[in-house]
Design a protein around this ligand. Structure first.
Ligand code: NAD
Length: 477
């Protein structure tokens, strides 16, 4: 069904919200089949419109087609397929065992949809990070109002078109706009808010959510470190780091933000990083700027921020080991490797979110761990090294949303793993079952089975018997 209502361009958020409230009551008991049919509509639309999605992303920041297919379309279709395969199991009430003091009862956990949800998404993976959470919301049986980013107008318009073709506004609706629109939406008493964006805006979202005690999932960002141990395979690590860093031109929440490399490997690593960059982005030696496989910086504001970061580091003594050139007209910045960096530089204070990669060295693993722990807990931590004891030490002594050993970034595609941050890098988890749970209320249901109510002995007036029973409960359970 194609919805051509022109009021959809600028729908009234409050009217949409109220209509979704009603729908969400109907959807509370929607069957597996009904939920799957909603997911399949999206999958079919994506299949029919793959080229339009690629073009929108290209128009927004010259994202290479292959990267759009891999990092915008595939994660969404995989999320849909994973949900369809598992949803029946996820929706089933689960029996729990009965502890001895609860003898005579039986209990189950039911999952029910939270109801009406709000999804606010960022610009950096504008299709994936808008539709991915929607798949979780629809799987859970929720309705959704979506506020995509204003910084990717082509993709956000396309998402709006897609949703208006597939759903009634009372089911799923897109509201386009900037901060003011988000602010208005955040005043409404949504049952769940799923926000992906910066920690600074995450705090604003959480504060707004407290007014209505809406639950939140906050998928945020931060500085995700790579630790390269003394026994790491430098060539292998360099190739993986270069891909993980430069996909989307470094504008990835889980991109390696900086590298901590063991003293003894620094030179080799830099050499291998240069070789990998050359191989992936300039195989014909015509210059990386000519590569069709490197996206551009999203807008002038971010371009100037990144150039400012390089200039600040240069003024404080950094050295450029690779790259450093840029072109404001096309918002191109060389993949840039920086050495001799320190905490006084902006590049080590803020999430970089661009093609700049600082490299710091350390002499003991304790030192590297201490450095990571001196900063807010990252969204991802990457460790390259072979020694099992050192690997366990890093796992035990650091905290991060996700940790990847001997690779980077690919965990995003693993739908059995919870994806998300911790404290400053996020609250709550996404993907697969974890995404489904984010939009669900787990309701504990206890049934008194035998009618024999032992608890009567525990009611006032509390006599000696009640006191004896309570004492034995404390002693034995
Ligand atoms: P952002 O926080 O600036 O914006 C995200 C969304 O919030 C946009 O839709 C925007 O319109 C809205 N917004 C902006 N200011 C607002 C305000 N004051 N009140 C209410 N809403 C507001 O983030 P961004 O620049 O679009 O994205 C980059 C950030 O997102 C980075 O920090 C990155 O690490 C993070 N990110 C995290 C994940 C993840 O899965 N954890 C994924 C992608 C990006």
């Amino acid at each position: 069904m194609i919805n051509t209502d022109s009021s959809l361009k600028n729908p009234n958020p409050e009217i949409i919200f109220r209509s979704q409230r009603e729908t969400s009551r109907e959807w509370r008991n929607s069957s597996y089949e009904e939920r799957v049919s909603r997911l399949k509509k999206i999958r079919n639309w994506i299949k029919d419109n793959q080229q339009a999605i690629r073009e929108a992303l290209k128009n927004d920041f010259r994202k290479p087609e292959a990267e759009t297919d891999l990092s915008e379309i595939f994660p969404v279709t995989a999320e849909i397929n994973h949900s369809i395969k598992n949803l029946k199991k996820w929706m089933k009430p689960k029996s729990v065992s009965t502890p001895l003091p609860m003898l005579g009862t039986s209990s189950k956990t039911y999952v029910e949809p939270k109801g009406t949800s709000l999804i606010i998404s960022p610009w950096n993976y504008p299709f994936n990070l808008t539709i991915g959470p929607l798949i979780s919301a629809l799987s859970a049986g929720c309705t959704a109002v979506i506020k995509p980013s204003e910084m990717t107008p082509h993709t956000s318009e396309l998402v709006s078109k897609m949703i208006s073709e597939l759903f009634e506004p009372s089911e799923v609706a897109v509201v386009l706009g900037e901060v003011e629109v988000s602010t208005e939406l955040l005043k409404l008493p949504f049952d769940h808010i799923f926000f992906t964006g910066s920690p600074a805006v995450g705090k604003i979202v959480m504060k707004a959510a407290t007014e209505n005690l809406s639950s939140v999932t906050l998928e945020l960002g931060g500085k995700s470190p790579v630790i390269l141990a003394e026994d790491a395979d430098c060539k292998d690590a360099a190739e993986k780091i270069v891909w993980g860093k430069y996909v989307n031109c470094g504008q990835t929440c889980i991109a390696p933000d900086y590298i901590l490399v063991h003293d003894s490997l620094q030179e080799t690593l830099i050499l291998e990083l240069k070789v990998a960059l050359q191989k992936m982005y300039d195989p014909d030696y015509t210059g990386i700027e000519k590569s069709p496989d490197l996206a551009r910086i999203i807008n002038d504001k971010h371009f100037e921020r990144l150039i400012g970061t390089i200039e600040d580091a240069l003024s404080k003594g950094t050295e450029i080991a690779f790259g450093g050139k840029y072109n404001p007209e096309t918002r191109y910045i060389d993949p840039t490797l920086l050495t001799k960096v320190d905490d006084e530089m902006q590049v080590m204070q803020e999430e970089i979110f661009g093609p700049i990669l600082p490299i710091l060295s350390y002499s003991t693993l304790e030192e590297a761990i201490e450095y990571v722990n001196s900063k807010p807990k990252p969204l991802a931590l990457y460790y390259f090294g072979k020694n099992q004891e050192n690997t366990s030490k890093v796992l035990k002594e650091t905290s991060s949303g996700n940790t990847v050993l001997n690779d980077c970034v690919i965990h995003f595609l693993h739908l059995e793993l919870p994806f998300g941050g911790v404290n400053n890098s996020g609250i709550g988890k996404a993907h697969g079952y974890h995404g489904f749970l984010a939009f669900s209320n787990e309701k504990g249901v206890l049934k008194q089975r035998v009618g024999l109510n032992n608890a009567t002995l525990l009611r006032p007036p509390y006599g000696i018997k009640a006191k004896q029973i309570i004492a034995s409960l404390i002693k034995w359970f």
